[in-house]
Design a protein around this ligand. Sequence first.
Ligand code: 1BN
Ligand code: ZN
Length: 367
Amino acid sequence: MTLIILFNTIFTHNTIVKNVNIELEFNEENAFIYVKNQTNDIGLRIPGTDQHKQCLSFFISKFKEINSSFTYSFHNFTVLGINCSNLLFKMNEEKENIVILGAHFDSRKRATKDPVNTSAPVPGANDGASGCAVLLELARVLYNKRDNLSCQIWFLFFDAEDQGRDLDFGIPDWEWCEGSERFVNNIEDYYDTSEERFECMVLLDMVGGVNLKFIKETHSTSLLLDEIFKVGRQLGYTNAFPESPESNSIKDDHVYFVEYGIPSADLIINFWNNPSWPYHHTTEDNLSNISNYSLQITGRTVEQFIYNKFLNESNFEYQGNYPWNLDNIFIDYNLYFQISFLVILIICPILIYIITLAKDKAKLNNL
Ligand code: 1BN
Ligand code: ZN
C-alpha cells in the first residue's frame, strides 16, 4: 500500500496553475442586476410562455448594447409540441479555436422539492438566471479585450434544461437538458469542421447563491475542472473552490459536449443536500438568496481562466493543465503504470520466491 501511495504521488498529474497578472473587470453589481432583470422584471421563464420569449429578447438587447452589430443564431426545436430555442452569440468569429461558455435560461415550472407548495413555479434566480447573468457580464468584459484574445468565444444560452423529473416532473414527461442534447446533435451546422476546433466548454449552473461552494462534478473533464478550481483558489476564493470538494455526477448541459469530445466542466453546487443553500427546486430560489460575492467569484474566475490561456501577450508564461483532454490518456497511462509497477515490484519477487522454494524442495526430494 505504501508503495502504491508513493507511486501515485510521483505519477499523478499535479500541475501548478499560475494566473497571469492582469486586472479583472467583471462587475458583480452588473451581474446582480441581470439576475433581477430576469427574475423580477421579466418573471418566470417557463417554456411555452411569453416571459420565456421576452427573456431571449432581453439577452439580445444586452448584446446589442455591447455592440449594435453583434449577431446571433437561434437553434429552434420542440419538446412534446412546445416551441423552444437555444440562443448563440459568437465573438471573434475569425479565430479558429473556440471556447464555449454556457448556461440554461429556462426556469422550472414546478417547485417539486418545495416543503409547502409543490405546484408553484420556481423563480429560478440561482437555477437558471445566475449563470445567464454571469455570461452577460462576461460578454461585456471579454468584448473589451477581444482583439487581444487568441480564441473565439461562444456565449450559449440553453433552453429546456430544468423540466426533468426529481421527486416529480417540472413538465410532464420532459427530460433534463432537452436543449443542449439537441444543440450538440446539430453542432456541425454551427462551425466549420475543417477550419475550426473546440478548446473547451464551461457550464455555469447555480453559480450565484449565498455560501457558494462548488463540487467536483464527475462527468466534467477533470483536468479542466481542476484547473478552474486552482485559478479560483489563487484569486483567494478558497471557500468556493475547496481543496477537497464534494463529488457527484450531475446530468447537466455539459454532458453532451463531453460525449462529442469537447473538454467540458460544470461549475455547480451541491443541490441535493446542502444546508447552506437549501432552496433547489423550491419557491425560495429567489433574489433574496443570491449573493453579489458569489457572482463575482464565478465571473472573475472564468475571466481569469480565459486570460491565462488565451490573452495573446500572456501565452508564454502560461502554466496549467492544457491540453485538458489529456485526461483520459493520462488516466489510462496511470492505470497501465500502476499495473506494471505492481507486477514488477510486488508480484515478480513473490513468483521468484515461490519458484526458488519449489526448486529447493525438488533438490531435497532428489537427495
Ligand atoms: C441541475 C440543476 N439539474 C437541474 N437543475 C439537473 C438535475 C437535477 C439532474 C436533479 C439530476 C437530478
Ligand atoms: Zn434545476
